[in-house]
Design a protein. Structure first.
Length: 602
């Protein structure tokens, strides 16, 4: 649902692994964007190197619209290539005031080269501009240049690049102007599409304040004074304070008592939000991240947000028993805010287990418990969140009967169970029951039963990563059948069917990038081999070597500490989740043995 973006890069680190991930996501969803090279005042800052890496690593077509005046401690301004004017910031005003100056002599040649290249590219945008350029290269007006750059940006043929230092407020005014000038407004975009939950037909919502109201809740946060806040983007229509709307995510109606526009940590009350606005809602009952909020008489479900599965778990407990209820409440608020963070109570040990996307993620959660909620906690060692998978397909019939002297329970289902289709995560449920042999509510109960059964896999108790269930047939009893009976039958059918199937254990694989001096590349490579890592490439980067590999998460706990000892503290690394992969057979028994003590006592 993202329709515009500002990509921020470090002037020293340039394109990092996480930058590549976000860039690929933006490409996938066809999001126009501009780039901002930040931290130009840091030691080692190099604007043109960052532009070069954006081109080489991301396959983009970056077009600098500015040239920095100075760098590192000497960074003091920029030259705007469109207006051909230089600006420097007033240090005493913390970047709020800037003055126009003559272009410094030491960068005049660089400015002339890049401006000439920019104007040539703009001239190629239309025959009219090309004719003007041929007659006089300096005849193109600022408005004509801005319009041409905007057109090429919206068509994703170029990516404008600006620079500055956000910490010192240098270049931020120019960046805001660029967002307005080059990125799409709501009316530049096609209408948002969704599905009517009642008719299951595709519908559109146009960015018009007078049309049916439709919005998406993209973030939930907790404020100590006003409680839960839901951040929404309005795609169509108008939302007024006190108006009742439908949450198609929960199927319930919501009445919003207050609407606010957020400016950093300031909350400005407003009377309404219109199409294209982003605002915050207060006073709702139940809104979750990804829920669609719409007009009651025009229901629609917009594209939801897909969140990755947690890959690491850790046991936590409060240092004092009096804080236990406070801990549960605080973790509940954090799970509302962050859909990639989960918590549960382990049934066997009774411990509270939290799950997230990595060690740093869980470290920040524990730190927030201390800073924001004043809860000191003990924690266990991080554990890998393995997954299970089905490797074969079978057809199974499950009959559930129970007689207790009065009304009993009866459910009979026949289903096919096996691996899900490629690209599908979670439960892929298909009903092929014909002739109304099972009521819709019983079919939904069967789906719910399989969905719940997936949370506890048959191999070692881990959640099943994905599976496909095709409900083929079923029978009912006129008295004893109900929804609960069919839900239980589905759960039992999953257990009994998977005992006859080939199963796999999956483990999370991380993409790793290590930046190290040349002298230590051998030791680091050898250490990664011991951790079952697969080295993909090694490249050079200014007296350093950049090693990229894929390594099982189980071998990466505490890796930064090991890395520093290997390379005398001069190496750095970054990791991101890549995928789940099947465990090698020779390690399966060892892992299953370790899983017996899966939740580590604190």
């Amino acid at each position: 649902m993202l329709d515009r973006a500002v990509m921020v890069f470090c002037a020293v680190g340039c394109v990092e692994p996480q930058s590549e991930t976000v860039w690929r996501q933006a490409d996938k969803y066809h999001v126009p964007r501009i780039c901002f090279v930040n931290k130009m005042d840091r030691t080692g800052a190099d604007f043109l190197k960052a532009v070069s890496e954006i081109r080489e690593k991301l396959g983009a077509n970056p077009i600098p619209l500015q040239i920095p005046i100075g760098a590192e401690d000497d960074f003091r301004g920029i030259v705007d290539l469109i207006t051909n004017k230089a600006y420097v910031w007033d240090e005493t005003s913390k970047g709020m005031v800037f003055n126009e100056i003559e272009i410094p002599d030491d960068i005049k040649e660089t400015v002339a080269t890049y401006r000439a290249s920019l104007i040539e590219g703009i001239a190629e945008e239309s025959d009219e501009l090309l004719e003007k350029f041929i007659a006089d290269p300096n005849s193109l007006s600022v408005d004509e240049m801005v319009d041409a750059i905007r057109k090429a940006t919206l068509e994703m043929r170029i990516t404008p690049v600006l620079c500055g230092s956000a910490f010192k407020n240098k270049g931020i005014q120019n960046l805001m102007d660029a967002v307005t000038a080059y990125l799409p407004s709501p009316i530049d975009l096609p209408p948002v599409t969704g599905i009517n939950p009642y008719t299951e037909k595709h519908e559109e919502r146009h960015p018009d304040p007078d049309k049916e109201f439709a919005s998406l809740a993209f973030k939930i946060s907790t404020d100590p004074y006003v409680g839960k806040i839901a951040f929404i983007r309005v795609y169509s229509g108008t939302l007024k304070a006190g108006m009742q709307m439908l949450n198609t995510g929960t199927g319930k109606k919501e009445r919003i008592s207050r609407i606010m526009q957020m400016h950093a940590n300031k909350q400005n009350p407003v009377e309404m939000l219109e199409a294209g606005d982003i605002g915050a809602l207060v006073g709702f009952k139940e809104i979750r991240t990804g829920d669609t909020l719409c007009a009651i008489d025009a229901p629609i479900v917009l594209e939801n947000i897909n969140f990755p599965e947690p890959v690491i778990t850790m046991a936590v407990e409060p240092k004092t028993q009096d804080d236990f209820e406070k801990l549960i409440e605080a973790l509940g608020k954090l799970t509302d805010e962050d859909p990639t963070f989960k918590m549960k109570t382990d049934e066997e040990t009774g411990q509270l287990v939290i799950s997230g996307m990595g060690e740093l993620h869980l470290d920040i959660i524990v730190d927030r418990l201390r800073r924001e909620y004043n809860i000191e906690s003990n924690r266990g060692k991080p554990q890998v969140a393995y997954k299970e998978a089905l490797a074969s397909t079978i057809t199974h019939q499950e009959v559930y009967k129970k007689q207790t002297g009065g009304r009993g329970k009866f459910a009979d289902i026949t289903f096919e169970i096996g691996p899900a289709d490629e690209g599908i995560v979670g439960l892929q449920f298909i009903s092929e029951v014909k002739g109304g042999r099972l009521p819709k509510e019983y079919i939904e109960a069967v789906r719910k039963g399989f969905s719940m059964a997936m949370l506890n896999g048959p191999l070692a108790g881990f959640a099943v990563f994905s599976m496909k269930v095709v409900l083929l047939d079923g029978t009912t009893h006129p008295v004893d059948s109900d929804q609960l009976a069919f839900e239980i039958a589905a759960n039992m059918g999953f257990r009994n069917a998977t005992r006859k199937m080939k199963l796999q254990m999956l483990e999370p694989i991380m993409k790793l990038e290590v930046l190290t001096p040349d002298a230590y590349i051998g030791e680091i490579s050898s250490d990664l081999n011991k951790r079952r890592g697969q080295i993909e490439e090694v490249t050079s980067k200014v007296n350093f070597q950049v090693l990229r590999a894929q390594v099982p998460l189980a071998g990466m706990f505490g890796y930064v500490t090991t890395l520093r000892s290997l390379s005398s503290g001069r190496a750095s690394s970054s990791m991101e989740f890549s995928h789940f992969a099947e465990l090698p057979n020779d390690l399966l028994e060892e892992v299953l043995y370790k899983i017996k003590g899966y939740v580590v006592k604190v």
